[in-house]
Design a protein around this ligand. Structure first.
Ligand code: 13P
Ligand code: SF4
Length: 330
């Protein structure tokens, strides 16, 4: 990596070998917020982003002068796919009285139409802040996260109807059964999950916040409702604790949990090696490119989030009381 002056920035959902390599080479393994901050602040001229496309695009938007490579440019996200920029623009135009807040899991073009970007770790504080200012919100694209934010803050939120194909699959009835089988287990839930799953959580938070909760809470067992890629870090950090995947299938199904993002899974050590070799040959096929004008417009709401998060320091995990969740308009 030295010849390219590159640093590896990986998400918790990618292959454990890539996460270990990022740690061992001075890179970063983090949630979306940490990946964005690390890439922006690191002095390397090349960022290699192991994750999905919006993470590579965010890195490029925040560091237009750096080269940003990804082991695969095909790795997208169902939330990004489910929120096409032209349709989103038309939706926003119908509701000009609302402040537009979009999740980081969106294209640069959708971000460019937004007033604010949030990640799962900043959403609660940002929506609470906007609500306190009396602002009405248009939220996209994750409907489950939107409902969660709405229930927690009481904000007036108009929701886009997108979802994550991984978290959408967690099953509340099977989770209840699993909890009965493991009565001492704490339940850690990512807020992209359905409301009936979130309602059973001891902790709701971003991937980093769930990892921190696994270290902080005294329980010996944890049921984890997020992509199972995170279990690699949880087990490394807490070798004496037991981590159980939350169920993604109903009774009778052969596979009780397949909670792994197919796009995150496209990242591999082999592809990383091929990407670096190609880049060293002068081949630019794995470079992330964002139109400079679009990048400038998309940067504004991302910078707003980063400044907000910096002013509040790293936000603490959000705790959900069982049964406290409400449902908002879809
Ligand atoms: P985090 O920001 O919590 O890591 O979430 C990113 C993501 O894509 C979850 O599915
Ligand atoms: Fe997108 Fe879901 Fe994959 Fe995260 S886990 S990148 S939200 S499809």
């Amino acid at each position: 990596m030295c010849a390219l002056d590159a640093v590896l920035v990986a998400h918790y959902y990618v292959d454990g070998a890539l996460q270990d390599l990022a740690d061992a080479t001075g890179g970063c393994v983090g949630d979306s917020l940490e990946m964005a901050r690390f890439g922006r602040d690191h002095p390397a001229c090349t960022l290699v982003v192991a994750g999905v496309r919006f993470m590579g695009e965010t890195a490029k938007i925040l560091s237009p002068d750096k080269r940003v490579l990804m082991p695969t440019l095909e790795a997208t996200c169902s939330l990004d796919l489910g929120c096409p920029a032209a349709e989103f623009d038309a939706f926003c135009n119908l509701h000009r009285d609302r402040t537009v807040v979009v999740y980081a899991n969106t294209s640069a073009a959708v971000k460019a139409r937004a007033d604010w970007v949030t990640t799962s770790s900043t959403g609660l504080d940002i929506v609470r802040h906007l609500h306190a200012q009396g602002e009405k919100i248009l939220w996209a694209p994750d409907v489950h996260l939107g409902r969660y934010l709405q229930a927690q803050t009481g904000a007036d939120m108009l929701l886009w109807n997108g979802s994550c194909i991984v978290h959408d699959e967690f099953k509340s009835v099977e989770l209840e059964i699993l909890r009965q089988e493991h009565p001492g287990a704490k339940v850690l839930v990512h807020p992209e999950s359905p409301a009936a799953v979130i309602a059973q959580a001891d902790v709701v938070g971003s991937t980093t916040q769930l990892l921190q909760a696994a270290g902080r809470l005294e329980a010996g067992e944890f049921i984890v409702a997020t992509d199972n890629g995170i279990l690699h870090k949880m087990r490394q950090a807490q070798p004496n604790k037991i981590f159980i995947e939350a169920p993604t299938s109903g009774n009778g199904a052969t596979c009780k949990s397949c909670a792994h993002c197919p796009w995150m899974a496209m990242n591999s050590l082999d592809q990383l090696a091929a990407t670096l070799a190609a880049a060293q040959r002068g081949d630019a096929t794995q470079d992330i490119r964002v139109d400079p004008d679009l990048a400038r417009r998309a940067r504004r709401p991302i910078d707003r989030m980063l400044a907000f998060a910096a002013a509040r320091k790293t936000p603490p995990p959000s705790f959900a009381t069982q049964g406290s969740q409400g449902m908002g308009p879809a």
